[in-house]
Design a protein around this ligand. Structure first.
Ligand code: URA
Ligand code: ZN
Length: 376
């Protein structure tokens, strides 16, 4: 067996398989892939914050097209492997990128989920030991189809969990109808990789939003979305009702490590909740849940963020990620090193000490243990 202590594992790395790209090419509203007269390369347009720019670019051939170039890094497994090699990553746990299958008609979601999950499974089998994956659930499908898909992915050898957005069955993750789904995932020992997509309402970015590119939705909208989704789950008691539930939160838990204390204080000082017996003395605090049921990725690009994440959930629950193929280098060759990947690895080294046991654990050891990446 390979020596695990120095292996680098990327647990936050996405793909859009060719079948998914094809689906996006056929769409006229977001998410979609399309070419513009302004730019012959196909572009990937995903976010609600891009809607206005999309509208403008379609009306005005001099307007800047929205989105990002759909480079070969999104769909090609060879590119994934090349990226891993050039950025010193030994193992990747690949997931479909946002917005997954959230937008599909109920009747088509089950079949497409099966196709995508089996495709990922075959890809991992062909690169055994190097690639694993988080599966995609057909959340808009009828409940029996959704449940069957959990049973299906549970039996796929390289599947280690599922990636999930915050919309759930349409009403968010505190929806009681999701409890049996969470229970099934827990019973199947499938971790949930919780990832944002919807951000915050466009209005919060103000009338000058277009001047600021993707910065505010990605840097702030995404993490707040994750924060709110998990806080809602906590307030609804989901973590107590499904004690086996394990979640890996994207972007180091949004702002949860920073805001957990404030959430606690607001709970303790909410007169109605306290008087109605909803804040029992023996309840598990937000901190308890973050330490017992939550894992955090290390995709936060700073020592301050990494320290907060490690103090909140434990350095033994923190796992390196890159967010490839998003955040490609702008000025240098995209076939070389990616600043976004190296910067995150450097942040781990500078926070925990280069080649220290903690840094090695964050860079790979934790993922190998938590996701059982040494099991065939
Ligand atoms: N932008 C996205 O839409 N998704 C990511 O995962 C990262 C950036
Ligand atoms: Zn991501």
């Amino acid at each position: 067996m390979a020596d695990n202590t120095n292996r680098v594992v990327d647990i936050h790395t996405h793909m859009y398989p060719p079948v998914y790209v094809k689906m996006l090419e056929g769409r006229t509203t977001i998410p979609l892939v399309r070419k513009f007269v302004q730019d012959p390369e196909p572009r990937l347009i995903l976010l609600a914050s891009e809607l206005e720019a999309l509208d403008n670019a379609l009306k005005d051939p001099t307007a800047k097209p929205p989105g990002r170039p759909l480079t070969s890094h999104y769909a090609s497994v060879d590119q994934k492997l090349h990226f891993m090699k050039t950025n010193r990553i030994d193992v990747s746990v690949v997931s479909l990128a946002n917005p997954w299958l959230d937008f599909l008609e109920s009747s088509e979601a089950g079949g497409i989920a099966k196709e995508i999950n089996e495709g990922f499974s075959t890809m991992c089998e062909e690169h055994c030991g190097k690639l694993y994956f988080f599966a995609t659930l057909p959340l808009t499908a009828p409940l029996d189809v959704l449940k069957q898909s959990i049973q299906d992915v549970k039996n796929l050898k390289h599947c280690r969990g599922v990636i999930l957005g915050t919309s759930g069955l349409g009403k968010g993750l505190d929806d009681p109808n999701l409890l049996p789904i969470f229970q099934e995932l827990a019973d199947a020992e499938l971790i949930i990789f919780l990832h944002p997509h919807y951000g915050l309402p466009n209005e919060v970015y103000g009338p000058r939003a277009e001047e600021y590119g993707h910065v505010l939705p990605l840097a702030l909208g995404f993490p707040m979305e994750t924060t709110i989704a998990v806080a809602r789950m906590y307030m609804a008691g989901v973590f107590d009702q499904v004690r086996g539930l394990r979640m890996l939160l994207a972007h180091s838990g949004g702002t949860l490590p920073f805001l957990a204390g404030r959430i606690e204080s607001c709970i303790l000082h909410d007169g109605d909740l306290v008087r109605n017996g909803k804040v029992p003395k023996d309840r598990r605090t937000v901190w308890d849940v973050l330490k017992e049921q939550i894992y955090l990725d290390a995709v936060i690009y700073s020592q301050v963020g990494l320290r907060a994440a490690a103090e909140t959930s434990g350095a033994d629950r923190l796992m390196y990620g890159t967010d490839h193929p998003f955040f490609p280098p702008i000025e240098s060759d995209i076939q070389g090193e990616w600043h976004s990947a190296i910067f995150n690895a450097d942040a781990v080294d500078s926070t925990f000490g280069k080649e220290s046991d903690v840094a090695r654990a964050v860079m790979g050891g934790n993922a190998i243990r938590v996701l059982r990446l040494d099991e065939e």
